[in-house]
Design a protein. Structure first.
Lengths: 592, 680
């Protein structure tokens, strides 16, 4: 879009751009308030935006899910390819979870409508929301056993479920007949449509007020504005090539083989290139995503280091190039399974940030829990006489900051405003009993700045039920930076009646009896700086609070703390730390 | 005489109305060492005798500032075993999603002061594990031996059965006399353990502080031989007795701002505009709320200290949107060259550049001065002189030159940007909720409200602006118009059609008993209590609920069916969709108990003689046409029915009303200015 920004005064620009973001937020609030599934109303797994006819993001709701960053356009692009811009009428409603263009698991269903003004399509209000079920072999989210998209549910590729305001009953019936909780999903569909209609109404008011030319010019100018801001932010970073590598546990098929994640970031003047071309080819298991997944990961990392507080528009991403040839596991081709499409993204983003740590030594945190999943418990509720599915996500540790401890019990870098499900809500609705939900002592990576703590949650069924989990990063713990230590990784196990344990970090349809307790522990965040540089009184304070055990204070930090009074034994600490320093000096000499 | 005092962070305001309808006002600096001193000074300044007052109403920002400044009581928390960290884990969300260095709310109770006791209920309130009283005694002994001043007790599912919380409370009261105890079920009978914990902890955390300062005011009142009702404003827009307030101070968090909303609603009703949007603009923030038929909308819950690092508080609160835009808001240019205003504020110190107190960043007040909308020698009734040259050079240097604009255009730009931000806030409470702003009048209060109200109204096509008399102390005036009010809730999750009407009737009767008893302790007879029932309903499978009105009296099956039909209508009206074929779920019974005690709004004109009209001429910039000459009129010279055509300025000691060209102001009842805004 060629800009006519020069003709727009800064005041009108501010009025129009504020209004567009307010509209997206208003659409999101309406969706959330009417939603039928916990993934929307509690977990906030949705994204609302206004997309231009050139498929760029005009405005996106604030506080949404980061991995939905400016990728709503893909679904609309598919619709435009199908119908052509001239193929939309006022009153149309298009539904899409097209795996080729959206590149995400099929549960993420996009609804969009054309905004027609003076007979011309001007923009598309769009809402993506996680439906609780989309058919296929698994409930809640994709089966870890899937090998092809066809096993994962119904594919809806740009279908008009309303034409000129009239429902397309046959298409709607086809969808209804192929999903497990149709009342819930059709309730959400209603909310998605109402939100899009609201977006159309607001856009009409805006166009009435300012006219199409001024609105278009404001959008163009706001993109240029965000582009300038992003370029200015990048230009402050030192030029160079920055690389890092990490790995995922496995691809859910070949469980002995790790999946490497090599990334390279190049900063040159005002531009940044994130090169993901080293990623391995698409894998057999369901942790693939379409190219939009890889781009989303790059965009999240890019936004974190450029404009973390600015509203999302297409313009802010113009100085970013992503190198991602087709056929890697983040640019997978049909019929790759996508059910766990997002599972790798926290690790990919974390790795890009790690690569950038030398360029932004004051702003990059150590590795975080690196995992976005939670659990799904499902079955037939004997007491209430209906099928149920109880989904929840977890907080874990955030990496330590260069000048401060990491935050505890927060969702991954991909999840933003996503939240956990209250214990009282889960117990009120589902036949489950939660024994505890607490911070996990010693899970934070030791460092001069300590990593945040993960959590432990233990749940028991009141009846037989099934358990799904998708933990990642159980083999590569969250890393430390600048001499900080790594944190405890994610783990999950079932405590059997006889006290035995079985590992359940990645299971689908796993049967659990009421005599068994499912224990899930999320990882901590890595430490920053050498643990021996942490002031002894800060270590003692952590021991007093139970964040760090007396044993770990001694072993990892070299601080001897009295378990009753929490006083530091200065002399013992000096001796212990002295021995450590001497050993380090020795190593350093050896290395020379 | 009825008296109201609003204690804010900077000023303490007093409004009093006597039997003849005469109004008395005072504004003094807040005295933080002993708040009762500022109150006494106000009474002196206004010339009122507290001994003659029949009612003393009070609101303040003291509780909320205690939380924001984290200087509340040393507080402990007692929870069910396995759940002491719920308070720290929270909901695990990161609203500041892309900020790697984000910070979470810091718990008001650190982990070493959070204790667990063995006990367990299920979601229906059945006891799965009895309370380990020995363990409770152990905790109590530790607390008795510490400097802890307040304890919050939050046990899982206590909203369904408070027995264990009550028992823990009894043991604590015995072992730790003098320590404040807050029990979650007594604060909020709703599920969601984190939010209930946070609300209860907030109550405990501020209780000793609020208790102290209310005690000081009580002592001062008693020294002044005042022996009548002392009432405190609540965030829900009603008042309660000072005894209740000392017990449930968390309910008073927004007690200052809500009074302005009550006042706006009542004023609107009195002068024939029952639907109004309250708009209050002070030095650092603007607040707005929408009132229909005089009723301020109440929502359940918000975050004290902001949504990112704030603490959730789930009690009903008047739905106020607050943004960082005030007279002191600083104008700046972002790195890409866009003009921004706020949220940073120069505050009262150093203040705007024109105050000459060391401020160097141009503010909204500076822009108003440069455009001639404020008079350099008329500020605060002439008690302060403003430096126009300093304001102009700051705008030139920081805004106009960098943007290549004239000083005048830059100043206009600053006002347009700040007016737009405030319009969006007004929009959020009105248009964004499905109300057509054209059906409302904007009631402008606060020192800066009348300066900006017409612009904000125009932006949203609001046809009328109302400026009350004494807009600077309007919140205190609003308190005089509040009723006693208590809100009760009981969670009762069930499909609506499966609920036995008898269960509903029992539930409401229990809530009504609580309401009537509480009002009785405040001196109200049964007949003066107005009880209003509602239900929180949703479609089966939804989470968020909508409140639906419930008729009084015994409910039977047809009555429940009527409630269901109302729900479909309410859902459609609010969200433009409904599903009459689907099953409806009941979540909460709610009851509002109101004791009608409100006074009427003072006319403000009783016993007042109009000042002689003296019209001076000013040169003011309104739009792109540059400066134009317009009259400056003293508000005290205007009487009922007088008309003033814009362009004009109407000046009074703490505020100036800007009448843009095309507007007409008329002095209406209650001495209010009603401005017809030409919105074409």
């Amino acid at each position: 879009m060629k800009t006519e920004a020069a003709e727009i005064d800064p005041v009108t620009l501010e009025v129009v751009r504020s209004a567009l973001v307010a509209y997206a937020d208003e659409m999101a609030a309406a969706l959330c308030a009417t939603a039928y599934n916990m993934m929307i109303f509690e977990v906030r797994d949705y994204c609302v935006g206004i997309v231009g006819t050139d498929i760029g993001i005009v405005a996106q709701n604030t506080g949404g899910l980061p991995i939905f960053l400016a990728d709503l356009g893909a679904a609309i692009q598919g619709g435009v390819a199908e119908y052509g811009l001239g193929g939309f009428d006022e009153g149309d409603v298009v539904v899409s979870n097209d795996p080729v263009v959206c590149g995400q698991h099929l549960n993420n269903v996009v609804v969009f409508t054309p905004f027609v003004y003076d007979g011309v399509v001007r923009a598309f209000p769009a809402v993506r929301a996680h439906w609780v079920d989309i058919g296929g072999s698994s409930r809640g989210f994709g089966s870890m056993a899937a090998r092809e998209i066809y096993e994962e549910g119904l594919q809806i590729c740009g279908i008009k479920v309303y034409k000129k305001g009239e429902p397309n009953d046959e298409a709607l019936r086809l969808i209804r007949d192929n999903i497990r909780f149709p009342d819930s999903s059709f309730g959400d569909l209603r909310g998605q449509i109402a939100a899009c209609r609201l977006g159309e109404r607001r856009l009409r008011e805006l166009y009435d007020r300012w006219g199409p030319d001024t609105v278009a010019a404001c959008i163009a100018a706001s993109w240029d504005h965000d582009e300038r801001l992003a370029r200015a932010a990048i230009s402050r970073l030192p030029d160079g090539d920055y690389e890092a590598e990490s790995f995922l546990d496995h691809d859910y098929v070949d469980r002995d083989r790790k999946v490497p994640v090599p990334v390279k970031v190049t900063i040159a003047g005002e531009t940044m290139t994130i090169d993901l071309s080293g990623l391995p080819p698409q894998v057999k298991g369901p942790i693939n995503s379409g190219v939009s997944g890889g781009i989303a990961a790059a965009r999240v990392a890019f936004k974190c280091v450029t404009l973390p507080h600015a509203p999302v528009t297409e313009g802010g991403f113009r100085p970013l190039s992503v190198v991602l040839p087709p056929g890697t596991f983040l640019s997978a081709q049909k019929p790759a399974a996508l059910g766990g499409w997002s599972l790798s993204l926290p690790t990919v983003i974390d790795t890009i940030l790690r690569a950038l740590a030398p360029a932004l030594p004051e702003r990059i945190t150590a590795g975080h829990k690196g995992d976005m999943s939670g659990y799904a418990l499902y079955g037939h509720d004997a007491e209430r006489g209906r099928p149920f599915i109880n989904m929840n996500i977890f907080g874990g540790g955030w990496g330590a900051k260069p000048h401060g401890d990491g935050e505890s019990a927060v969702v991954s870098v991909c999840q933003g405003n996503v939240r956990n499900a209250p214990v009282e809500v889960q117990e009120a609705y589902y036949p489950v009993f939660i024994e505890h939900h607490e911070l996990r002592t010693d899970s934070g990576g030791p460092g001069r700045e300590r990593g945040g703590l993960g959590v432990e949650l233990a749940v028991r069924g009141k009846q037989d039920l099934f358990f799904n989990s998708q933990f990642q990063r159980t083999r590569m713990p969250p890393w430390g930076l600048a001499g900080g230590h790594e944190a405890a990784p994610n783990e999950a196990f079932v405590v059997e009646q006889d006290g035995g344990k079985r590992n359940v970090v990645q299971v689908s349809d796993h049967r659990v009896s009421p005599s068994e307790l499912v224990v899930m522990r999320t990882g901590g965040g890595g430490g920053f700086g050498a643990p021996h540089e942490r002031a002894a009184d800060r270590v003692a304070e952590d021991v007093r609070r139970g964040y760090v055990s007396v044993e770990a204070a001694k072993a990892a930090y070299g601080v001897v703390v009295d378990p009753e009074t929490f006083a530091v034994d200065d002399e013992a600490t000096r001796t212990l730390r002295g021995m450590h320093d001497a050993a380090n000096a020795g190593e350093a000499t050896d290395a020379d | 005489m009825r008296l109201a005092v609003d204690i804010g962070g900077t000023f303490t305001d007093l409004t009093a109305v006597d039997e003849t309808g005469s109004v008395f006002h005072a504004k003094r600096l807040t005295t933080n060492d002993d708040h009762s001193r500022g109150v006494a000074q106000c009474a002196d300044e206004a010339g009122v005798d507290l001994a003659n007052a029949e009612r003393f109403l009070h609101g303040s920002t003291i509780a909320i500032n205690t939380v924001i400044q984290r200087d509340g009581a040393a507080t402990a928390l007692i929870t069910t075993s396995g759940f002491r960290d719920v308070y720290e884990i929270g909901r695990s969300n990161r609203p500041d999603a892309y900020n790697l260095l984000f910070e979470r709310p810091v718990p008001l109770v650190p982990r070493e002061w959070r204790f667990e006791v063995d006990e367990r209920l299920d979601a229906k309130g059945c006891i799965l594990k009895p309370l380990d009283e020995a363990a409770v005694r152990g905790v109590a002994a530790r607390l008795a031996d510490s400097d802890i001043e307040a304890v919050a007790i939050v046990l899982l599912h206590a909203y369904a059965n408070p027995a264990h919380e009550i028992r823990v409370g009894e043991i604590l009261a015995e072992a730790c006399p003098g320590v404040h105890v807050s029990m979650s079920h007594a604060i909020l009978r709703e599920f969601r353990e984190y939010e209930r914990t946070s609300t209860t902890v907030l109550n405990a955390y501020v209780a000793p502080v609020v208790d102290r300062y209310l005690g000081q005011i009580e002592a001062m009142l008693s020294r002044s031989e005042f022996d009548r009702a002392f009432l405190v404003m609540q965030s829900n827009g009603g008042a309660m007795s000072v005894v209740q307030a000392r017990d449930r101070p968390v309910a008073t968090m927004e007690s200052g701002p809500v009074a302005g909303v009550i006042g706006a609603g009542r004023l609107g009703q009195l002068i024939g505009h029952p639907n109004v949007i309250a708009f209050d603009m002070g030095g650092t923030t603007a607040k707005t709320s929408l009132v229909i038929d005089g009723d301020a909308p109440v929502v359940t819950g918000y975050h004290i200290g902001g949504p990112v690092t704030g603490h959730p508080m789930m009690l009903p609160v008047v739905d106020i949107v607050e943004i960082g835009a005030g007279g002191g808001s600083i104008a700046w240019i972002d790195p890409a060259g866009a003009l921004k205003v706020g949220p940073q504020s120069a505050g009262a110190s150093p203040g705007p550049v024109c105050y000459g107190l060391g401020g160097s960043e141009p503010t909204v007040t500076d822009a108003n001065l440069v455009l001639g909308r404020l008079r350099p020698d008329g500020f605060l009734g002439g008690r302060m002189t403003l430096d126009g040259d300093a304001a102009e050079s700051a705008i030139r240097e920081k805004i106009a030159d960098p943007l290549g604009l004239s000083v005048e255009a830059a100043a206009r730009g600053i006002l347009t940007v700040v007016d737009t931000r405030m319009s969006l806030a007004v929009r959020e409470v009105s248009v964004a909720k499905g109300h057509d702003a054209r059906d409302f009048a904007l009631v402008a209060s606060g020192g800066a409200g009348p300066l900006h109200a017409v612009s904000v109204a125009r932006e949203l096509s609001i046809p009328k602006v109302i400026v009350p008399s004494f807009p600077g102390t309007f919140s205190a005036h609003g308190m005089l118009l509040a009723d006693l009010r208590h809100d009760y809730v009981q969670t009762m999750v069930s499909p609506l059609r499966d609920v036995d009407p008898a269960t509903l009737n029992d539930g409401y009767r229990a809530l009504e008993r609580d309401g009537v008893e509480t009002l009785a302790t405040e001196g109200l007879g049964d007949d003066d209590a107005v009880l209003t029932r509602s239900m929180d309903l949703r479609y089966q499978g939804q989470e968020y609920t909508l409140p639906v009105p419930v008729p009084a009296g015994a409910l039977d099956t047809p009555a429940v069916e009527r409630i269901a039909r109302t729900f479909h209508d309410v859902h459609r009206a609010r969200y433009a969709q409904s599903a009459p074929g689907e099953s409806i779920e009941l979540v909460n019974l709610r009851l509002r108990a109101v004791g009608k005690i409100a006074g009427t709004m003072a006319t403000g004109t009783a016993g007042r003689e109009l000042r002689a009209r003296e019209i001076r001429e000013r040169t003011v910039v309104f739009g792109e046409d540059g400066p134009i000459a317009c009259p400056l009129i003293e508000r005290s010279s205007l009487g009922l029915g007088d008309l003033v055509e814009g362009p004009a300025l109407i000046e009074e000691p703490v505020s100036t009303t800007v009448l843009h060209p095309g507007t007409v102001a008329r002095v209406a009842d209650c001495d209010a200015l009603v401005i017809e805004v030409d919105t074409a």
